[in-house]
Design a binder for this molecule. Structure first.
Ligand code: SF4
Length: 114
């Protein structure tokens, strides 16, 4: 999951972890690290690598905007769609044009961070 520097700083302050300990750069974009055992986000409280396993976000109140808008993702036409990789996507409403704009703004912000 991509995140802004400001979001990473907030997570660092709340968790006491260094930003480098929960992020990596994916093509220059700051991204949340996955746990090497569960293969899920390092902040997901789970003991299994099964995507259907139960889990809880340990930083839910301060989770990045990309987490708040998921499972909406942009397709190649810059339209918001439900991520086909999300096993719970049937529980979410179809994204609207407004959702596309929210994601495009977020993408713009992420691409222009140093
Ligand atoms: S919602 Fe929480 S556990 Fe899920 S990717 Fe975001 S920070 Fe990680």
């Amino acid at each position: 999951m991509p995140l802004t520097k400001a979001e990473a700083s907030l997570l660092s302050r709340r968790t006491g972890m260094a930003v480098e300990d929960f992020t990596w750069k994916n093509n220059g974009i700051l991204t949340l690290l996955n746990d090497e055992n569960t293969r899920a986000c390092v902040f997901l409280l789970t003991s299994s690598s099964d995507v259907n396993a139960e889990g809880m976000c340990s930083v839910y109140e301060v989770r990045p905007k990309g987490c708040r808008t998921y499972p909406n993702v942009l397709n190649h036409n810059d339209e918001a769609i439900l991520d086909e990789g999300c096993p719970h996507r049937a529980q979410f409403p179809e994204p609207t044009e407004e959702d596309s704009i929210v994601l495009l703004n977020l993408e713009e912000q992420l691409l222009h961070e140093e």
